[in-house]
Design a protein around this ligand. Structure first.
Ligand SMILES: [Zn+2]
Length: 69
């Protein structure tokens, strides 16, 4: 099962960035993720984000790509 990449939209400048957090889906669903600090690479603001703020992307496995039939 692929991991989820957690992105957020910066509360200061409104741009999306990768928090570099990686969780599997179960951990994300079970986790509270109440308050995490993330530093925006665009504007340098370090702000707190909670679970509802995360934008989820499925991480694609790199080495085991099977072509579609
Ligand atoms: Zn920002």
């Amino acid at each position: 099962m692929g991991k989820l990449r957690l992105w957020v939209m910066c509360k200061s400048c409104g741009r999306e960035f990768d928090t570099r957090m990686r969780l599997d889906r179960k951990s994300f669903e079970r986790g509270t993720l109440a308050a995490n600090y993330h530093l925006c690479p665009h504007c340098g603001q370090r702000l707190t984000y909670r679970k509802a703020d995360y934008l989820i992307q499925e991480e694609q496995p790199k080495s085991t790509i099977t072509p579609p039939e």
